[in-house]
Each structure stands twice: as structure tokens, then as C-alpha cells.
Design a protein around this ligand. Structure first.
Ligand SMILES: NC(=O)c1ccc[n+]([C@@H]2O[C@H](COP(=O)([O-])OP(=O)(O)OC[C@H]3O[C@@H](n4cnc5c(N)ncnc54)[C@H](O)[C@@H]3O)[C@@H](O)[C@H]2O)c1
Length: 223
């Protein structure tokens, strides 16, 4: 049964684990760090790092940018973990930001995070999703969580066709507004229908497609 209760995670004090330190994971970890949030674990394809008190993300990103892999990173207080160790580590928020199919029926039952934010595409298998739901672990689905890149691609298209140049602050402001509106719409529907955020995101998406099809006079109907 899906337990549709709000998560108890306090963003300001949450311990965050990020799988993948590439474009998505590395940037996310850096933003959390700059916001004063605690990133306790990160990983790349060679393995992960864990520190209960929080990792020095700028130092780790610099280390990676110099061509190093995380299996070679040595600093006092930081331990090495396997990929499985990262996914099941002690944390409040888990952010898979590397590959698809990382949260599976093998590890879903051992995940300690209360909240999973899918930054990668398809990181959770269907079977794992059911286990997470039955355990009351909230999952922010990929089509919602990682849509920011596509939104900003849309901004690029808008600027190009109108010969406009927006600065970073403007882009971030508009991006935040769109992402918050999308999240609130999905969250409200998940509460109303008592479904997961993933199901609610699909419901919102399908409704938008059918509405657009109808307005264009196409064959898609609202049913
Ligand atoms: N780049 C984007 O704009 C964007 C936008 C939305 C979604 N995504 C999705 O996010 C995910 C990551 O994309 P990216 O652009 O950051 O890729 P990337 O290649 O820049 O980074 C991938 C990271 O994952 C790590 N990795 C690879 N195999 C691993 C493993 N087995 N265990 C742990 N870490 C592993 C790599 O070492 C690297 O740090 C993909 O699923 C992608 O589809 C990317």
C-alpha cells in the first residue's frame, strides 16, 4: 500500500548521498554544499566516499577535474564505500545521478534514506519502486526531478528565436518558478488521488498531451 504522507526530511539538516559525480551529480553536490547542506556520500564509477560529518565537495570536484577517480581520494575522516554501500548508506536523502537501474529489488529493502530524488533517468526498477512505496520512502520521479535541463534548453530556444540574452539570475528565477509549479501540481494530485508522485507525474503529463491533442483537433481524446 502506498503511504502518501509528507516526508519528515528537513532540507537544512538532511544528510545527502549522491551517486555519480558528473554533470548532474557533481553540480547537485556542489549546490547543496554552497547552500550549507551536508553531503555525506558521493561516488563515481570506481566507488564512493562517505563521511558522516559531510564531505568537502569543492575539494573532491577539484580532485576529479584533475583527472583522478574517487578510489584514489584519501583524506582523514573519509571512508571508501562500494556502489551498494553508497545506495544503502546512512542518509536522509539519496540522489541517484549516474545510471539507470541502480535501485533494484536487491538493495531497495536496505535503503536507509527517507527521500529519493531521481536525478538520473530511470534509476529505479519497477520492482524496487514497489518496495520503496511499501516502506514509505518517498520518491521524486525522474521526469519531474531532472526536467530542469530540458526547461533550460527550451529557454535557449526562446532566446534564439527572439534574439534575446537572459542572464543567469533571470534564467534561474524562471527555472525555479517552472519547477516549483510543476512540483506543486504533481504533489497536489498525488494527495488528491492518493497515488505516488511518479503516478501523479504521469497523470499530469498524459493529461497535458491529451489536452494539447484535443486543442489541435487531433485524434487524441480525453477519454
Ligand atoms: N546532463 C544532463 O543535462 C542530464 C539531464 C537530465 C538527466 N540526466 C541523466 O542523469 C544521469 C547522469 O548524467 P550526467 O550528464 O551527469 O552523466 P556524466 O557522464 O557526466 O556523469 C555520470 C557519473 O556517473 C558515474 N558512474 C558511472 N557508472 C557508475 C556506477 N556504476 N556507480 C556510480 N557512479 C557511476 C560516473 O563516474 C560519473 O561521475 C543520466 O542518467 C542522464 O540521463 C542528465
Amino acid at each position: 500500500m502506498f503511504r502518501n504522507s509528507p516526508t519528515q526530511v528537513d532540507p537544512a539538516h538532511a544528510a545527502i548521498a549522491v551517486q555519480g559525480m558528473g554533470n548532474v551529480g557533481g553540480t547537485a553536490a556542489e549546490i547543496f554544499y554552497k547552500n550549507g547542506q551536508k553531503v555525506v556520500a558521493v561516488s563515481d564509477y570506481t566507488g564512493g566516499l562517505y563521511c558522516e560529518d559531510g564531505l568537502d565537495i569543492p575539494a573532491i570536484r577539484k580532485f576529479i577535474s584533475e583527472g583522478n577517480t574517487l578510489d584514489k581520494y584519501e583524506t582523514e575522516g573519509v571512508s571508501h564505500v562500494t556502489n551498494d554501500g553508497l545506495i544503502t548508506c546512512k542518509c536522509d536523502v539519496l540522489i541517484p545521478a549516474a545510471l539507470e537501474n541502480q535501485i533494484t529489488e536487491d538493495n531497495a529493502g536496505r535503503i536507509q534514506a527517507k527521500l529519493i530524488i531521481e536525478a538520473a533517468n530511470g534509476p529505479t526498477s519497477v520492482e524496487a519502486d514497489e518496495i520503496l512505496n511499501s516502506r514509505g520512502i518517498i520518491v521524486y520521479p525522474d521526469i519531474l526531478s531532472n526536467a530542469g535541463g530540458v526547461v533550460v534548453s527550451y529557454f535557449e530556444w526562446v532566446q534564439n528565436i527572439q534574439n534575446l540574452t537572459w542572464d543567469l539570475d533571470e534564467v534561474n528565477k524562471m527555472l525555479q518558478k517552472i519547477m516549483l509549479t510543476a512540483f506543486n501540481e504533481v504533489y497536489a494530485l498525488s494527495q488528491e488521488k492518493n497515488v505516488t508522485l511518479r503516478m501523479a507525474a504521469y497523470m499530469v503529463a498524459i493529461k497535458r498531451i491529451t489536452t494539447a491533442g484535443k486543442l489541435r483537433g487531433g485524434p487524441i481524446s480525453m477519454g
